[in-house]
Design a protein around this ligand. Sequence first.
Ligand code: AP5
Length: 216
Amino acid sequence: MNIILLGPPGAGKGTQAARLIERHGMRQLSTGDMLRAAVAAQTPIGLKAKAVMESGALVSDEIVSALIDAELLAMGPEVGAIFDGYPRTAAQAESLDAILASHGRALDHVIELAVDEDELVRRIVGRYSCAQCGEGYHDQFKQPRVPGTCDKCGSHEFKRRKDDNEDTVRTRMAEYRAKTAPILPLYEARGIVSRVDGMAPIDQVTDAIDAVLASG
Ligand code: AP5
């Protein structure tokens, strides 16, 4: 099964992708994570993407589509893909169709996480993660069970993303409204879009997504 998680910054795409991996053995293809890894490794792509990402604008369509193609190439055909943060423009949606076809895959569901934008700023500005294993936390909504210790790996080091400040978040949301939201009708016309309430508690969102996947 191949699905897209679609929603503005902070909608919960990464949070839900982590649960789909655990529950369904799927693989997350997050262009944001791939780009952040490239920035950290100072690869040519990372050097190009760094300033763009820090401003909240979008990296070029060619770069992100090439990253997705390469990841799919490395995956077994039996492993389902969760596209997280991709596609984000009409050109990327078009590329994804071609890439999936070239890998003998088809898109089963586009799951739209519907959310309230003001709440998203609160979510993003409070977000942090374990520097060791990447487990996600939040100042208000999800703190480690033992303060200062990662639930998953026991590390005491945590980090925050550079683009998780209010100004950049507003730019990221404007980019979503202008370039990403307009691709929804394309998938609606194919009858594969399901809308899930992303404002519900995390577990309920997961259950709603599971219900969509169970529908076939
Ligand atoms: P990317 O990394 O994709 O960031 P994003 O889309 O802005 O999404 P986020 O990761 O910020 O949010 P999320 O929806 O995953 O939310 P999360 O689950 O963490 O992209 C970053 C940048 O890379 C872009 O700005 C761009 O420059 C570049 N880029 C990436 N892909 C690109 C592409 N395809 N084309 C061009 N450029 C690209 O949740 C947020 C917080 O809320 C967490 O703390 C979580 O615990 C909490 N939370 C989640 N769900 C709930 C809930 N239901 N209730 C309460 N709290 C919740």
